[in-house]
Design a protein around this ligand. Structure first.
Ligand SMILES: [Zn+2]
Ligand SMILES: [Zn+2]
Length: 351
């Protein structure tokens, strides 16, 4: 039934994404087969399609912000039935027996999780060595890695929650952001706009930290209480040692010292955007206020479900621009330029 799948693939680092037909495995007893309705465009899709991280194998089908309807289930599937609205994020497999997997922290699997695209497919059942992502009409995923989407949310605007949503929700929860905490969200893109929404919904005092006054005004509409312009040395100095927590979504390498100085005693800054060297890290801000810098990677399956349920309760989704599949290459160029508020989502009916 689902053998031949239509999607879009990159065939080299420099070629555009083009239509591509491939195979998914026949469903195993614990598999869920999903008719994909929407798939978000994550910056990681672009880095990977263009082999900017050096590990991409071609043909390459991106997409790990997937929302769709169940069209078939294996004989042992218990959580889902045909017709359910479900999601798939960045993970489709992990070892399931290491310490992090047993804790529901599959993203930190000691034996290496399987990403939804571009990772070795250890389940197999197709001619393809690597997993192929959600820019396609269907996907077959183990029940354990499938999420339930609250029926009250717009499915298109929910898709990016599966990556950009959980990437920001998880550290805010882990570091117990809530009422009485002053929280800075650094950078207003796909990640930053969700960071503002979540931190606001969790009851924190939210400050948008940005270079751009326009973005500051946009952040206020999303729930920020204040704006701190990082290019204003006076304002940065006045804000020193005042933040309990900083979520750093800057997508490229940068000097972290000016941000570290903003933290109060025992404050923490968590890096979620820059998957590259941070250019300058002085020991001084760490030592003088016992500050911490940490990182965080997406979230495990139980926490991703918790995040989706939280969004259902608080009516939180991403701000998106929906596009047709054929316009994906143009959307990539606009994403690289930061010309989207705040996430593109592909309507798979257009495939
Ligand atoms: Zn992503
Ligand atoms: Zn594991």
């Amino acid at each position: 039934m689902t053998k031949h799948v239509h999607g879009y693939a990159a065939h080299s680092a420099t070629s555009e994404l083009v239509p591509f037909t491939f195979e998914r495995r026949d469903p195993n007893p614990t598999d869920v087969v999903i008719d994909i309705l929407y798939c978000g465009i994550c910056h990681s899709d672009i880095h990977s399609a263009r082999n900017e991280w050096g590990w991409t194998q071609y043909p390459f089908v991106p997409g790990h912000e997937i929302v769709g309807r169940v069209i078939a289930v294996g004989t042992q599937v218990v959580k889902y039935k045909v017709g359910d609205l479900v999601g798939v994020g960045c993970l489709v497999d992990s070892c399931r027996h290491c310490h992090p997997c047993e804790e529901g922290l599959e993203q930190y699997c000691e034996n290496g999780f399987t990403g939804t695209y571009g990772n070795e497919d250890k389940i197999g059942g197709t001619p393809h060595k690597m997993t192929l992502g959600g820019y396609s009409d269907t996907i077959t995923v183990e029940e354990r890695f499938v999420l339930r989407i609250p029926s009250t949310l717009d499915p298109a605007a929910t898709a990016p929650l599966l990556c950009t949503g959980i990437t920001t929700y998880s550290p805010l929860k882990h570091w117990k952001v809530g009422p009485g905490k002053k929280v800075g969200i650094i950078g207003l893109g796909g990640l930053g706009h969700m960071g503002v929404k979540f931190a606001h919904a969790m009851g924190a005092h939210v400050v948008m930290i940005t270079t751009s006054p326009e973005k500051g005004e946009d952040a206020r509409k999303l729930g920020a209480d204040e704006v701190l312009l990082s290019k204003d040395p006076q304002a940065m100095k006045a804000a020193q040692s005042s933040f309990d927590f900083l979520l750093n979504t800057i997508p490229v390498g940068h000097d972290v010292d000016p941000y570290m100085e903003l933290l109060t005693l025992d404050g923490t800054m968590v890096v979620v955007g820059a998957v590259e060297p941070l250019t300058k890290v002085s020991g001084i801000p760490f030592i003088f206020r016992r500050r911490t810098m940490a990182g965080s990677l997406i979230g495990g399956i139980p926490e991703t479900q918790e995040m989706l349920d939280f969004c259902g309760e608080h009516n939180i989704t991403c701000d998106i621009e929906t596009i047709a599949m054929k316009d994906v290459n143009q959307a990539y160029d606009r994403t690289v330029k930061g010309d989207v508020k705040y996430r593109f989502v592909i309507d798979m009916a257009s495939l």
